[in-house]
Design a protein around this ligand. Structure first.
Ligand code: PLP
Length: 388
């Protein structure tokens, strides 16, 4: 086959291969299409079991889950939340919805996760303790929480982060939106902090079209989250609302898709792992290429397969490789622009984010949909070997 006669290859797209049709049909046949229904209940139960938590609250999106989690955890206007600069923008935006402030910290150069050593130095040298609170000396604001993001599905170093959070009195909210099915020392991501958040957007490892989930071990927090996501309704019949709430619920149709997708999660993870192994074999010897590593503490769901093409050492830069592949209808994506450079968040503090900038310059995600067929993967490999 010539490259002109074969179709485009996407980065990471939905794989609708199980009971999605029959579960959605059940919603349509019964009329249970909106924000309550048996699939919502079941998806929450099944997801909580998978995430290893007592409680789960389905939401309209991962961003809504994070926004709600921050409010429920007590983050308020003018509080600060530590997070990696190298993340998709959603968690930073969610902090800003509250009028609170993200503080952007660096990633580690090996696993590309929030660097606990830099977090430690920041807390020790840039903050002071006052009346039991941790105050950022530069802004004078209280640092209330820390939000590790399990970037690309690989677990962040949770134990060092939890230890620091304990020492400095910070709440831990896990942005586990990319890491469903990943584990840290054998226990699922999302279950380590006070609250964890998942996303079921179209490009995630399982999808509901759009949707999210909040998970926690804490019953009172779970109740608070459910309250906030359902317009803070105090009475089931009378329209009495005790606070400013949100319409952040997932619909039964979305949850029906989610239940069917969750049944296939292990299959999807296995397929992602196979794709990663195949790429690792093909690219191991490419000059200047660093392939993704799995930490000894981690099992990754391999949500995205991302390589580092070290500028100056590799023959072509990440953006040159991307252009070559795009010209062959092979979809690739760089990392997100680091938050400390994002026009949306230029008014936020950032501290020593040099590694995040280098990773942004060098990294490239390549096609790894769970329904990527072996021939298409070979086409990606051949094109890369031609240009990299
Ligand atoms: C996808 C994603 C989100 C947001 O999820 P949505 O469902 O798209 O709102 C948040 N954080 C990270 C790191 C993500 O990748």
């Amino acid at each position: 086959m010539s490259a002109t006669t074969v179709g485009p290859i996407s980065l990471s797209i939905p794989n609708i291969a199980g009971n999605e049709w029959s579960y959605v049909k059940e919603c349509l046949d019964t009329g249970w299409v909106s924000s309550v229904g048996s699939f919502v209940d079941r998806f929450e139960r099944d997801l909580a079991a998978r995430a290893g938590t007592q409680h789960a609250i389905a939401t309209a999106s991962g961003t809504a889950a994070i926004h709600t989690a921050l409010m429920a955890a007590g983050v308020e206007k003018d509080d600060e939340v530590l997070m990696p600069s190298l993340t998709f923008i959603a968690p930073a935006n969610a902090v800003r919805y509250i009028g609170a402030w993200p503080v952007f910290l660096d990633s580690d150069p090996v696993y590309w996760q929030l660097d606990p050593n830099k977090v430690e130095v920041f807390l020790r040298t840039e903050c002071v303790q006052k009346a039991g609170a941790t105050i950022n000396r530069k802004s004078g604001r209280t640092i209330k929480a820390i939000m590790p993001v399990h970037v690309l599905g690989h677990p962040a170093p949770l134990k060092p982060i939890l230890e620091l959070a304990g020492r400095y009195g910070l709440v831990v909210i896990e942005d586990a939106t990319e890491s469903l099915g990943s584990t840290y020392e054998g226990r699922p991501t999302g279950s380590w902090g006070l609250i964890g958040c998942f996303s079921f957007n179209g490009n995630k490892i399982i999808t509901t079209g759009g949707g999210g989930m909040i998970v926690t071990h804490d019953k009172a927090l779970a109740d608070r989250c459910r309250y906030l996501t359902t317009q803070a309704k105090d009475d089931p019949v009378e329209f009495v609302h005790g606070a400013i709430g949100y319409n952040y619920r997932m619909t039964n149709v979305q949850a029906a898709i989610g239940c069917a997708q969750l049944e296939q999660l292990d299959k999807f993870i296995n397929r992602k792992k196979q794709i990663a192994e195949c790429y690792a074999e093909a690219f191991g010897a490419l000059r200047g290429w660093t392939l993704p590593q799995v930490a000894p503490w981690a099992s990754s769901n391999w949500w995205l397969y991302t390589v580092r093409i070290n500028e100056g050492r590799a023959r072509s830069s990440s953006r040159a490789v991307m252009a070559q592949l795009q010209a062959q209808a092979i979809q690739c994506r760089p990392f997100w622009q680091p938050m400390h450079l994002s026009p949306a968040h230029l008014d936020c503090q950032a501290w020593n984010c040099g590694t995040a900038e280098a990773l942004w310059r060098d990294c490239l995600s390549i096609p790894c949909s769970t329904n990527l067929d072996p021939d298409s993967q070979q086409r990606v490999i051949a094109e890369i070997q031609r240009c990299a």
